[in-house]
Each structure stands twice: as structure tokens, then as C-alpha cells.
Design a protein around this ligand. Sequence first.
Ligand code: KIV
Ligand code: ZN
Length: 514
Amino acid sequence: MKNKDKVIIYDTTLRDGEQSPGASMNIKEKLEVAKQLLRLNVDAIEAGFPIASPGDFEAVKLISSEVKGPIISGLARSLTKDIDVAYEALRKAKRKRIHVFLATSKIHMRYKLKKAEDEILFQAVEAVRYARNRCDDIEFSPEDASRTEPEFLAKVVKAVIKAGAGTVNIPDTVGYAIPTEFGGLIKYLFSRVDNIDKAVVSVHCHNDLGLAVANSLEAVVNGARQVECTINGIGERAGNCSLEEVVMGIKTRRDIFKCATGVSTTEIMKTSRLVTRVTGIIVQPNKAIVGDNAFAHEAGIHQDGVLKERKTYEIMSPQDVGVEKSKLVLGKHSGRHAFKERIKELGFDLDERDAEKTFERFKILCDKKKTVYDEDLIAIINDEIAEAKEFFRLNTLDISYKTGATPKVTVILSGEKGKISKRSSGDGPVDAIYKAIDKITKIKGSLLDYSIHSVTSGKDAVGEVIVKVGFGKGHIVNGRGASTDIVEASAKAYLNAVNKVMAKKSPVKTGRLI
Ligand code: KIV
Ligand code: ZN
């Protein structure tokens, strides 16, 4: 790859990313992230702002001595004391960079710095010269560049390159720019700054309008060859340009960008998870590339398409970003194709009839429950297979239950001869149901053990009931039933035991038909 075809990835997760409200990391965590960034093969790590705090200083110092490979960069205002402290922290780095910045927009110069243009120009040049006397690799950022008068910006850029800056970074500090406008600004600098070829043009975009990645990519189209970004897009306010999105954008649309990064994209997911863990900032499920749903399909048409040919609905392969495989999420929009694939994956070999019946049960469950997990499916399948050998099937439960009063139930079972209904009462609703079932089946069981557990989590979880029922002398049978309604699961479990015992006896005599 020729140099002009390479986009340098400058990761600022540990500096600008750490400026996310509530995201501070301790020194051990910062080192862990820096080591993972090394595996991700970023070109530069902005390890911190050494003058900002003793903790930042120590982190930059530790990363400088422990992480060899990428450039290690430290931020400094355009002040000699900042530059000295940054250099001190970076001393042990094999490849060190001092990143000097100074605001150049009218609003920042007037209200924040209270300085005129010529004073700013002078301070920027002096700072770059001073830093360059200590370190060969200097980056300069005219803060709030996107709101700076373009002519003044061009003047500053030219002057700092002349003073020794090898990288000039153009920040959209407040995330105000629009892609065509920001790309135009980069193009303008290439046309107006006659020594621009002596430096790498970098961009640093914030996400206040959700355009940080789009602005960075448009800058690349217009000649920028360094992108500053953070893992998961964390950073000040709405965050920074997301590393994973910009890298995968360049990789996936190489036809447009005609350049590449050196990032080992298969490390992306691992890095994202690590940053989530150490910062506590959770990635939204629909976040591009690293969100939980980035490679998940729920719609039946999409699932069918992906199963036939992945590229019908996937523009990247999940393995390219370190995700094992795409997920076909089973929910109410899923179709038979994905459902049957999943039950096969779970190790079931159902005949057409059982598969169809299980699919119908699954669809009913989907109306009650947002996501159907594998455990739900297993419970349904076990239940359905058990029911396939049924003499009696639960049809209706009608329960009247009031605290302090004896519960009364009406149970309707479907048998070979039709529906049978019986009423009963008992110590509790479950006891009453079991007595009503005994009346219908004319088989007396005694409950020896009863247990219930939830097979998935949440209020809408499927509950599984397992019972041990004694029938006559020493004849003990287990039964199981599953449902989102635990009373129904209890009835099914008992009925399952009854059906098992009936399968061993002569055909049943049924009770009253309704
Ligand atoms: O957003 C910004 O302008 C910055 C600079 C220090 C580069 O973070
Ligand atoms: Zn920033």
C-alpha cells in the first residue's frame, strides 16, 4: 500500500473518550485498553492529557513504557509548561508525539482566550517550535477549526507546518459541520496551503449532530489521511467519531475511498466489549458494527434470505469484526425457515407434524414474549413431543380463587372422544386442578413432589413445572409442563404424568362428553 492510500487511525479513547461524562478509567484499566489497542493495530494512541491531572500523567507514562508499536501521544495546550509535562510523561515511548492545540475560531478567541488573531497565530507557532525542539513528531490542532474563518485557518495551518508540525488536525470540536461543508473545508486547505504536502492532514469530529463518522469519511474523500476516533464512539458530550464505524466504512466501501487502514478488524468486538466493561458505558443494541443487533435478523423474509445467501442482507461478514456469527433472533416476525434451522441446531429431529405443531406454539409464545430464547424453544419442543403421545390434552382452565376461600376450578380436557369437563375444589388452585383431572381421567394420582423454575429471565419468562406422581403401588411417574402461565404449566405437568401412565395401561375410559 502506498502511503497516500493509507489512512492513519489515531485512537483517542483514553483521552477524548475518557472525557465522556462518567467514563473515567483507572491506570490499570487504561493500560489494559492500550494493550488491546495495540492488538487492534491502531497507528497512534492518544494516552491522555498529562498536565490535566497526576493520574493522567502517570497513565501516559506507564503506557509509554509498556506499549511498544503504535505512536504514543500526549495532549498539551500551547503553553510551555503543558509541553514540558507532556514530554516528561512520554519520555519512555519509543515513538512519541506531542499534540498541541489552540482555538482559532472567533468565538473561542474572543470569549475564551480573549486574544486577537495575530496573538493566536504567534502563540501557535511558538508552541509548535518549542515542542519540536523536544520531540520530532508534533501534531497541531486549531481547536474549533470548522467554525474558524477559512482564510485564517489556512494561515495558521501553513504557519504551524512551517514551524515543524508533521500532522495538522482539523477538529469539528462542537460537531457543527455537515459532510459536504466539512469535506469542502479539507479541499479548501489542500488548495490554499502551499506547504500542505509536508504534513498529514488529520480530522477529529464530534458527534453532536450524529455526523462525526460521515464528516470524517467525507474528509478522507477530500484527502485527509488521519482520522481521530474512539472505540464505541465515546467522548465529550455526544461523543467522537466511532473507530469501528469509520474503519469498517473505509474497508467495506473501498470502491469509494480507494484507501485502507491497518486495523486488525477481527479485534474490534473484543475491544468494544473491553471499553464497555472499563467505562461502564453500554453500547446501544442497534449501534453499527458493535451493537448486539448489528448482525441479528428477526424479520422472516430477511432470515430466509440470509439462510439462502448471507449477502442478501449483510454487507459485512460478522467474523471480520470478531463476531462469531450472525444471529437469527426468533420473535414474532420470524418464519418457518429460521425456526426449523434453529431447532435442528438445537439437536432436535422433528417430523413435519411435530415441527409444525411446535412452530404454532412458538408463534403463540411470541405474542406473549418479545424474544424467544433457545431454552424457551427446548421447553416447548419437549412439551410438544410429550403431548404428541397424549391421551388427554389440556383444553381450558377456569379458576375462581379468592384469598381465604376454597378455590374452585373447572377443567376441560380434550381426549380421543372429544372434550370432557369436570369441576373440583381443593387446598389450592393446583390441588383443585389435579383433582378435576383425576375425575376426568379416572386415574387417581398422588402428588409426591412439585418443583417450578423459570427457564428464561424476565416477567414474561416461560415457567417449567416438574412433578413426581405416584399411581398405585410403587408406580411413580415424572411429568413436566411449560408455559408462561405457571398454573397452566402445573396442569400440563400433571397431565403429562397421567398420559405416561396411561400409555402403559389399556386405553382409557373417558368421562362425560360436553
Ligand atoms: O475536540 C477537539 O477540538 C479536541 C482537540 C483537543 C483536538 O479534542
Ligand atoms: Zn475532541
